[in-house]
Design a protein around this ligand. Structure first.
Ligand code: GLN
Length: 203
């Protein structure tokens, strides 16, 4: 089977490679268009979306990546990766590029200045064996979803404040994204779900 890749321009690359290996995959790093051509699916790690956007241009990956996504390549974005995959990002720099693979509007740094980081146990659709420990680091949340978008997780209603009930994990066909960092908890169930999707869409 063709390998999966991790976009390796910036951010939590090593952690995603480890999580994919823990699921039995043999992932590749992707920095060049030729490397993108060889993978059957791509993880877009967290980091900083403005920087990632600039690096996608500098490495000549922006248009090739858009083309692969438009052709149905499975992808999994975390945090900044979710922001990049979104159709629109509120509070992003105006020159930041959007990949538009998810029909969602995200709010960047939504959890606010006081809450730089936040953790919560979330029930995630498609994940068995108990809740997922979600680590949010200057995370976005999803403000709105288009008709083709499935909501996979929300911040529990028991959490007080504006984050309560906000959508933080979504899927649209072969593309999924989380506002949190599943690569930081040693729990590879979301990566496993992504690999399932890759097999499903490359069969
Ligand atoms: N705040 C970052 C951004 O706007 C995302 C943070 C992260 O990926 N941990 O891109």
């Amino acid at each position: 089977a063709p390998p999966v890749g991790v976009l390796a321009l910036q951010g939590n690359v090593a952690e995603h490679l480890d999580a994919l290996r823990a699921c039995g995959a043999d992932p590749r790093t992707v920095r060049r268009p030729a490397e993108l051509d060889e993978v059957a699916g791509l993880v877009l790690p967290g980091g900083e979306s403005t920087t990632l956007s600039k690096l996608l241009v500098a490495f000549d990956l922006l248009e090739p990546l858009r083309a692969r996504l438009a052709a149905g390549m499975p992808a999994f974005g975390s945090c900044a990766g979710m922001i990049l995959l979104a159709r629109e990002a509120i509070d992003a720099r105006p020159d930041q590029h959007q990949l538009g693979a998810l029909d969602i509007v995200v709010r960047r740094n939504a959890f606010g200045r006081q809450v730089q980081s936040f953790e919560s146990d979330l029930a995630v659709t498609g994940i068995r064996g108990g809740p997922v420990r979600a680590v949010f680091i200057r995370a976005p949340w999803v403000e709105s979803t288009g008709r083709g978008v499935e909501v996979l997780a929300r911040v529990p209603g028991s959490v007080a404040g504006p984050a309560s009930g906000k959508v933080v994990a979504v899927r649209q066909g072969p593309v999924m994204a989380t506002a949190f960092h599943p690569e930081q908890t040693g729990d590879a169930r979301l990566h496993d779900l992504f690999l399932h999707r890759v097999r499903e869409y490359t069969a």
